[in-house]
Design a protein around this ligand. Structure first.
Ligand SMILES: [Ca+2]
Ligand SMILES: [Ca+2]
Ligand SMILES: [Ca+2]
Length: 291
């Protein structure tokens, strides 16, 4: 009798531990789950609708005449202060501001900010795709909204090969000198609580020292790290950690802060962009992908 009681107690403890552990493992880098469920009486949003775009907010967000905001799916354009921000905004204005567009829903209706998530078309142009193809946006597909991820990848490949806009390379030589020696995007355990085990190591493979002051590291979203006054000596390496710490000549700390989780490098796939002080691309490195 006593043994059965103990066995039962152990089983309960085991279940509690497993549940707690499962909670810890949950990645929170892409938070899109609504905190409360909509009322059951709501009818699902139709797949295809049309609407008038009253104004363009930036290269990937617009406001409809109805007052609702729309975040274009699958893409990310530079934010204010970043290179090509104005250009991307203006291009989207040129394409759809004041016009009647077709909106297509993917898996999710809205994001956590209440913006509609949509693919936008005008006449025969798939606007999201076109923004990527012309080099104003990078691909930024967040599951489960993956309907056109293959198309977007192809458009990005084309823009990259043609070195359009955000893919404009840095001056001759820099890309050959700076490389990624090691990239540890998946920290041990829950990345949100182990930020300094998320890191990337750059190496200067040339013999000349490179002044990286004001250079920027960015991911597929809008996390940006700007280098402080920093020289990378010829043949030297430097590691950029996501968490906090004291900068040295070989270690730099992003000291990331964000929404719910401060991890930067998504474990299932992300892209690192390294830009020089003029905003030109030195390295872009993609890993992973979506199943
Ligand atoms: Ca990570
Ligand atoms: Ca992990
Ligand atoms: Ca990321």
């Amino acid at each position: 009798m006593k043994e059965r009681k103990i066995a039962g107690l152990i089983a309960i403890i085991a279940i509690v531990v497993v549940v707690m552990f499962a909670g810890c493992l949950k990645e929170e880098e892409h938070v899109s789950t609504p905190t409360s469920l909509p009322p059951a009486t709501l009818t699902p949003a139709p797949e295809i609708t049309s609407a008038i775009v009253s104004n363009v907010i930036d290269g990937d967000t617009v406001k409809l005449q109805s007052g609702e905001k729309v975040r274009l799916l699958g893409i990310n354009t530079p934010k204010k202060g970043q290179p090509y921000y104005e250009e991307a905004t203006n291009r989207l204005k040129e394409l759809i501001e004041g016009k009647t567009v077709t909106l297509e829903k993917d898996a999710e209706d809205k994001d956590q900010y209440g913006r509609l998530l949509r693919h936008i078309y005008i006449d025969d142009t798939f606007v999201n795709f076109e923004m990527v193809r012309e080099g104003y946006a990078n691909v930024y597909v967040i599951p489960p909204n993956t309907k056109y991820s293959d198309e977007f990848e192809k458009a990005e490949e084309e823009a990259k090969n043609a070195k359009r806009r955000i893919w404009q390379p840095s001056e001759e030589g820099l890309s050959e000198c700076i490389g990624i020696l090691y990239f540890h995007w998946n920290a041990e355990g829950n990345d949100c609580y182990n930020l300094n085990d998320e890191y990337v190591t750059f190496k200067n493979t040339c013999s000349e020292s490179i002044d990286m002051t004001g250079w920027a590291v960015k991911d597929e979203a809008n996390h940006i790290y700007t280098f402080p006054h920093f020289d990378l000596a010829g043949g030297a390496i430097v590691t950029l950690y996501t968490g906090a710490g004291k900068d040295t000549t070989t270690e730099l700390y992003w000291d990331s802060s964000g929404y719910r989780c401060n991890a930067i490098w998504n474990n299932k796939g992300d892209t690192l962009y390294l830009r020089d002080i003029n905003g030109n691309l030195v390295i872009s490195y993609s890993y992973g992908g979506f199943e």
